[in-house]
Design a binder for this molecule. Structure first.
Ligand code: ZN
Length: 109
């Protein structure tokens, strides 16, 4: 049985709060299995906070910004570290190769 999105969206708040009947619950779950738009609707519902909505959203946005800034900084740091480590490894390999070549070219008497 195909249920229209409108019906699901009517029941979604009840489903989200867990106050609908088992039959409605099954119906919603069956619909969510193939309907992405209703799934997204439910997700939005889960993220919505009843109190201080805008303020908390602003705080959230700020936190996300800070986090991404920190992440970018971390990326730069690890990139520098990577370059440093690579340089050291190349220097070591070159050194080892040179000493091996010295052995071959100038064998000790
Ligand atoms: Zn739907």
């Amino acid at each position: 049985m195909k249920i229209s999105c409108e019906i699901i969206k009517d029941i979604l708040p009840l489903y989200h709060d867990g106050v609908c009947s088992d039959d409605s619950k099954t119906m919603v779950e069956e619909h969510l299995a193939y309907c992405d738009s209703c799934k997204a609707e439910l997700q939005v519902m889960g993220e919505e906070l009843p109190l201080n909505n805008t303020e908390q959203n602003l705080n959230k946005a700020e936190a996300v910004k800070k986090l991404s800034r920190r992440w970018k900084k971390g990326m730069k740091k690890s990139l520098l570290k990577g370059i440093l480590i690579t340089t050291v490894i190349i220097a070591l390999v070159t050194l080892v190769l040179y000493s091996f070549m010295d052995f071959r070219i100038l064998p000790k008497p």
